[in-house]
Write a protein that binds this ligand. Structure first.
Ligand SMILES: *[C@@H]1O[C@H](CO)[C@@H](O)[C@H](O)[C@H]1NC(C)=O
Length: 389
């Protein structure tokens, strides 16, 4: 598996350079692309729905204008988005998952969503690194927190799954803020009902593929093994990125590759430029519906101290955000940012990092929506030309 992954990476160093050129040069569309786009618009109701209404419209929901009222004012929602629970006119629903009794070490991640919302008021609408006006391209809302039952993981899975299924069925892309990493299983269960098995792109210092912990099958160290067992993921079309730190045994790392996941450790990352990683991930994921799961302990504890199981020797936020921004042209159907533990955070360092990671995810979704819109406009023009002939 590692050999395959290495060949993906070596082979795609050159392709990555070419792809970056493609991003800049606007290529004319072909008939095949137009056909594919029409199929896609039906298949991906996530962006297709609003696009099919009116691609020129400004988003139905937008954040409070921070040039009209200052960012430190107002009720705390993610990025100052309206708090909305009906999914009509919504492209992306952001929500909190305040559950932390799946954590194996320090707890308090139930306060993560509140803390991320507070820090996220600093965000602005335009992402210069991805060149997209996120809240101009997408209609986004803060749904509030999904339901959980403190202390009871099965009941919490059932409760959150119900809420998130409703969002997924409404055709919106979901962005959850944890919560400890056990919550991701609840999100994957809900999304897989609508999208089928998904690719996972997982940033974390831990693989989270234990079989059990203290004999128990459900906690924040096991979600991705359970997800594979339940058929929610396409492991060979998935990648785990950033693993490091001491393990219980030499076989721990093998557990993830035995499940079929592609794995890049923090050491592997040291020699990888973002564009190369981006191309490798695109190659692995292909056209599958994809879920981005980002554990803030991917970052070095210096950049994300407020978390339950920190691992020293990790990437900076600058490096990590660079990798995220390279993950373009992927069919994202959902994502999450987990393990923010505000009681151990200092100066909101981790909360700001998590808010920004969420913003990068929204930027990738927005850039894809814009790209689909451009192709659609070109296809419409192509069709019109043909009709006039
Ligand atoms: C950014 O996107 C706009 C279109 O949305 C385009 O006109 C502009 O050239 C892009 N800028 C860069 C630096 O790619």
């Amino acid at each position: 598996m590692m050999t395959t992954l290495r060949s993906h990476i070596v082979g795609f160093t050159l392709v990555a350079a070419l792809l970056s050129v493609c991003h800049i040069a606007a290529a004319a569309v072909s008939g095949d692309q137009c056909k594919a786009q029409e199929t896609q618009a039906v298949a991906i109701n996530a962006y297709g729905r609003r696009l099919s209404i009116d691609d020129e419209s400004t988003p139905f929901y937008q954040p409070t204008d921070s040039l009209a009222s200052p960012r430190f004012s107002g009720v705390r929602t993610y990025a100052r988005l309206p708090h909305v629970t009906s999914m009509e006119g919504v492209d992306v629903a952001v929500f909190g998952i305040p559950f932390d009794t799946g954590a194996s070490f320090k707890i308090g991640q139930r306060y993560g969503p509140e803390s991320v919302r507070s820090a996220s008021h600093l965000l602005r609408p335009y992402n210069p690194d991805v060149n997209v006006t996120v809240f101009g391209a997408l209609s986004c809302v803060d749904f509030g927190d999904v339901s959980v039952v403190p202390g009871y993981i099965q009941a919490s899975y059932a409760a959150m799954e119900k809420d998130i299924t409703e969002l997924a069925e409404a055709g919106v892309v979901t962005l959850g803020f944890g919560g400890d990493h056990s919550v991701t299983l609840g999100e994957l269960r809900a999304l897989a009902k609508v999208h089928g098995p998904m690719s996972l792109v997982h940033f974390d210092s831990h693989s989270d593929v234990w079989d059990s912990y203290f004999g128990k099958k459900y906690n924040h160290g096991t979600p991705f093994r359970r997800a594979v067992e339940e058929g929610l993921l396409l492991p060979s079309k998935s990648i785990q990125i950033g693993m490091r730190g001491p393990l219980y045994s030499a076989t721990d790392r093998k557990d993830a590759t035995d499940l079929g996941f592609n794995v890049l450790t923090t050491s592997d990352l040291a020699s990888l430029k973002p564009l190369v990683l981006g191309a490798a991930v695109r190659r692995i994921v292909g056209a599958s519906p994809a879920f981005l799961s980002f554990d803030v302990d991917f970052f070095d504890p210096a950049y994300a101290p407020g978390t339950g199981t920190p691992e020293v020797g990790g990437p900076s936020t600058q490096v990590g955000l660079g990798y995220l921004r390279a993950l373009r042209d992927i069919n994202w159907v959902g994502g999450d940012v987990v393990e923010v533990l505000p009681a151990l955070d200092h100066g909101q360092i981790t909360a700001h990092a998590a808010a920004q990671v969420g913003f990068e995810f929204l930027s990738l979704v927005a850039a894809r929506a814009e790209a689909l819109r451009t192709v659609r406009a070109e296809c419409d023009a192509l069709r019109k030309d043909k009709e006039e002939l």
